[in-house]
Design a protein around this ligand. Structure first.
Ligand SMILES: C[S@@+](CC[C@H](N)C(=O)[O-])C[C@H]1O[C@@H](n2cnc3c(N)ncnc32)[C@H](O)[C@@H]1O
Length: 220
């Protein structure tokens, strides 16, 4: 199959951002502050954030689930796109990084929209399911530890309503998924989920080469 996707060089990437990115100053500041921290590469790119905000608008999201908060960029960019009664539940284990997130959410005036659940995300999602929240979320973003990706997908799918959308991050894993020599746990977990999703008729599917690769899975 011939390759139709452009390779972005720096000039083209800058052009893309220059003609499309509408990042509010507070989100730019959060990106700058995060850039100086360990693990800064975990933060989503600004164009991915803007794309996710648009997706949340397109599905009319009011209830959002996020797995992987970090310093709060993705939760904030989506929260800013939600209606006044919109809510996000976001899961992480890292108190220090999520403390930064809380500061920015407060400054943006959306702290009351974002409910941070500290603890292993599998436990948080299981608690939501036991509390009767299955089928109640409109939009979900999966962006945490890769070895639990399948667990996040299954629980996230149960928590989404019909027609709800899940966005799964890092599905191309810097290209490692296509390198047979890469047999580490994270790469294999992403490969396994990608292969499972390909044949999973419970969802409509698209894998896009945005940033580190994102999969869109709409619950049928
Ligand atoms: C890729 S970062 C999230 C980036 C974030 N979405 C953003 O826009 O900046 C992944 C996060 O998952 C968290 N994490 C790792 N293992 C976890 C677990 N078992 N349960 C919940 N969160 C976890 C890490 O602490 C880290 O903050």
């Amino acid at each position: 199959m011939s390759r139709q996707t452009l390779t972005l060089n720096d000039a083209l990437y800058d052009y893309l951002l220059g003609v499309s990115l509408r990042e509010p100053p507070l989100l730019s500041r959060l990106r700058e502050e995060t850039a100086a921290l360990p693990g800064s590469g975990m933060q989503i790119s600004p164009e991915q954030g803007q794309f996710m905000a648009l997706l949340a608008e397109l599905v009319g999201a009011r209830r959002v689930l996020e797995v992987g908060t970090f310093t709060g960029y993705s939760a904030l960019v989506v929260a800013l796109a939600l209606p006044a009664d919109g809510r996000i539940i976001t899961c992480d284990v890292d108190e220090e990084m999520t403390a930064i997130a809380r500061l920015y959410w407060a400054e943006a005036g959306v702290a009351d929209k974002i409910d941070l659940r500290l603890g292993p995300a599998v436990d948080t999602l299981d608690a939501l399911l036991s509390d009767g929240d299955a089928g109640t979320f409109d939009f979900a973003f999966v962006d945490a530890d890769k070895e639990n990706y399948d667990a996040y997908y299954e629980r996230g799918l149960a928590l989404l309503r019909l027609g709800g959308l899940m966005v799964i991050d890092n599905v191309l894993w810097s290209g490692a998924v296509a390198d047979p020599e890469r047999q580490d746990t994270d790469t294999n977990a992403i490969r396994a989920l990608n292969a499972k999703l390909h044949g999973d008729q419970r969802v409509s599917l698209s894998l896009l080469p945005v940033s580190d690769g994102i999969t869109l899975a709409r619950k049928r």
